[in-house]
Design a protein around this ligand. Structure first.
Ligand code: CP
Length: 365
């Protein structure tokens, strides 16, 4: 295990709250922290991560500062799968920007969509995405889509056909609300939460625990679960923390739970959870199913659930989870209900992540 980095440079300068984090570039439109692609599907669509985080934190300080930005604009939120946080936080974010948000539960209320090119549609699918997506692109200024993987065929899931077909045919900016392999708005939220806990005092504690951690140690740990879950959150978190490049990043999981190297490359990976947790500043808890023998549960070892005893190995770490969480399976009550847990604040930050991204992608007159 590499020694904790001693670099004294702060990862965003000056480290003094959201206004202090506000970069002179990017956050006020001198250049966009998003790349030229005009979509938000992964961290590869972000040209300046710190500016995007700063923009989100500025919205947290003043949610309605751009309340007229989206006047007469409309955003479509398409859900092919269930959601609580993503759905509601994106609606609130749009409302803060003066944008009308329309939610469409495609899986329950829409025609069954076909995504395969050249499909002979004699089965259950009723409408091809190449017909539906351009229509949606006419109705909306931005289109947001949530879809889950099948967890049956890895190549199909990792080809990201659903989101890619919308990118191809919608002709408007597309935001991923979680795709088959990634969850970028969640990961941006996670980074916002890490940054604000790293550079600001934690309220209601006598001694600030995280006044300024220049290179936080972040541990992503696998946790048990009763159902096979996607790898999206873990993939995406790994991709963002690696791209951010300001943390000592360790991933720990049982043997056979390796994630795709394209997302984890750069992280230290160990099967020894106790070793990984040592001196951690942040512990991100998440279950995922197997990647190699795709979509399976190999182990449900309860020893992998984070407990107070395990937390003693850390540097009084903040504990994160994207939610929803299965209590006392994936994460214990004693952790979730302790002051170390920041999962509620993390989920609340979903609004600011969505607001920053929508504001950047909103077509300007
Ligand atoms: N974390 C997350 O995406 O939550 P929902 O599934 O409730 O949207």
């Amino acid at each position: 295990m590499p020694a904790k980095k001693q670099n004294t440079s702060s990862f965003i300068s000056p480290p003094l709250g959201a206004e202090g984090l506000h970069s002179p570039l990017g956050a006020e439109g001198l250049h966009s922290p998003l790349g030229a692609g005009g979509h938000f599907i992964s961290v590869n669509d972000v040209s300046d991560i710190n500016s995007l985080v700063a923009k989100a934190l500025a919205y947290k300080q003043n949610p309605l500062k751009d309340k007229s930005l989206g006047t007469n604009k409309r955003i479509g939120l398409l859900f092919l799968n269930p959601s609580l946080r993503t759905r509601l936080s994106t609606q609130v974010a749009a409302q803060n920007l003066g944008i009308e948000a329309i939610v469409f539960n495609v899986d329950k209320e829409g025609w069954a969509l076909e995504f395969e090119e050249g499909a002979i549609m004699s089965g259950n699918t009723v409408e091809h995405v190449k017909d539906a997506a351009p229509i949606l692109g006419n109705y909306f200024d931005i289109l947001c889509i949530r879809t889950f993987p099948s967890l049956k065929h890895r190549e199909d899931d990792y080809s990201e056909m659903v989101i890619n077909q919308f990118l191809k045919y919608a002709r408007v900016p597309v935001i991923s609300l979680e795709s088959a392999t990634l969850h970028p708005l969640q990961s941006l939220t996670d980074l916002i939460t890490i940054v604000e806990h790293s550079v600001q005092p934690v309220p209601n504690v006598s001694k600030p625990l995280y006044a300024n951690i220049p290179n936080p140690k972040i541990v992503l740990t696998w946790a048990p679960h009763v159902k096979p879950l996607p790898q999206c959150v873990a993939n995406s978190f790994s991709q963002w923390i690696n791209a951010w490049g300001k943390a000592e990043f360790v991933i720990t999981h049982p043997a056979d739970y390796e994630l795709a190297e394209q997302f984890t490359k750069g992280a230290t990976i160990t099967h020894n959870q106790d070793e990984a947790l040592k001196d951690a500043d942040f512990v991100y808890v998440k279950n995922w199913s197997t990647y190699n023998d795709y979509g399976k549960i190999y182990s449900n070892d309860p020893q992998w659930m984070l407990t107070k005893d395990k937390l003693k190995l850390t540097d009084n770490a903040r504990v994160m989870h994207c939610l929803p969480v299965r209590r006392n399976v994936e994460l214990s009550d004693e952790i979730l209900d302790s002051p170390n847990s920041i999962v509620t604040q993390q989920a609340a930050n979903r609004v600011w992540a969505a607001q920053a991204v929508i504001a950047e992608l909103l077509p300007r007159p």
